[in-house]
Design a protein around this ligand. Structure first.
Ligand code: SF4
Length: 317
């Protein structure tokens, strides 16, 4: 029996409301690269970006898209009895190519009726008018369709520290195009950058919510082997949040978040073998349980301190 959560707007619960069962995401590597990796903006990518992309180790990026999907579906079907799926274009920048290439790759994911939709991960500077037209075509074909946009931080010094090679101006412009097209956006936010205060993270969340994000993914800054951040950290370790420090930040942000905004993630997700630090990120369920208990204990809930009205984010447009 699925637990009914009343204190926060968890994305997985909303999928159950909509489809009557748990819907599983199947991550794929569709063969895209990224302007921050191929030299268009920079080489090597963001400091936390892994060479393998963010794909699950159960996946094989060398397979065709349809075969990655079949493999992923078979795995979660065996393990959880899954019947419905969202194909998640996960690795690298999935709007970074010509419209005809995007069309062909997205189309190749719609292999049968068990796939209820697509989720397309990308970066703000890879959203433009031509891309929007393709996204709109696929939104019409799917009952679920979202774009996942990397914001990470609203603060330029942080974005420079991780070599993001874009800023809030690109995010605001991409959000405007997506909003006007009626395409729901999930904004990715990284919490716990060493130089950021709670107020800085609040400002990042406010930017995401006031720009009209339908959902947010909150992620603890964690250090992965083989990344630039991994090299920096091993040479010169910097402070990373403990589970409780991080938890306090998440509780504050969730209280501040509009109850309508779905929360897709509250912590990081990475392979145990690839993780350098902090170790607690491996124990996702432990954090999840702690978070739910604390909400209960403190009589806290999403939106408790939410303030609607004009925001610093829209004022900048
Ligand atoms: S934008 Fe995404 S894919 Fe590109 S380098 Fe940064 S993390 Fe990697």
């Amino acid at each position: 029996m699925q637990k009914v959560r009343t204190r926060w707007n968890y994305f997985k619960d909303r999928l159950i409301d909509r489809y009557g069962e748990i819907v599983y995401k199947i991550g794929v590597d569709a063969g895209f690269t990224c302007p921050n990796r191929d030299g268009t903006k920079a080489y090597g990518g963001c400091a936390y970006c892994s060479q393998q992309g963010s794909l699950s180790p159960n996946q094989d990026p060398n397979l065709e898209i349809k075969d990655q999907i079949k493999k992923g579906m078979a795995f979660v079907q065996r393990r959880y009895g899954a019947q419905k799926f969202i194909v998640y274009f996960q690795s690298f920048t999935n709007t970074y190519d010509k419209p005809e290439v995007l069309r062909q790759r997205y189309e190749s994911a719609l292999i049968d009726d068990r796939i209820v939709g697509l989720s397309i991960a990308t970066r703000p500077d890879c959203i433009n008018g031509e891309v929007i037209e393709v996204l709109k075509e696929f939104q019409k074909k799917c009952s679920y369709f979202t774009v996942e946009l990397g914001l990470q931080s609203a603060h330029q010094n942080t974005l420079e520290w991780v070599n993001r090679q874009e800023g809030t101006a690109e995010y605001i412009q991409a959000m405007k195009l997506l909003r006007e097209a009626g395409i729901p956006v999930i904004s990715h936010i990284i919490l716990g950058f060493p130089e950021e205060s709670l107020q800085d993270m609040v400002e990042t969340l406010d930017l995401a919510q006031h720009q009209g994000s339908a959902g947010v993914k909150l992620q603890m800054l964690h250090i992965i082997r083989g990344t630039k951040l991994g090299v920096m950290y091993e040479k010169n370790p910097f402070n990373l949040y403990s589970m409780h420090e991080y938890g306090e930040v998440v509780l504050k942000l969730v209280e501040r978040l509009d109850p309508k905004v779905e929360i897709h993630r509250i912590t990081g997700e990475t392979e145990k073998e690839q993780l350098i630090a902090p170790d607690w990120v491996k124990h996702k369920t432990k954090f999840f349980d702690w978070f739910e208990n604390e909400l209960e204990k403190r009589n806290s809930y999403q939106g408790k301190t939410f303030e609607s009205g004009p925001s610093f984010a829209l004022a900048k447009e």
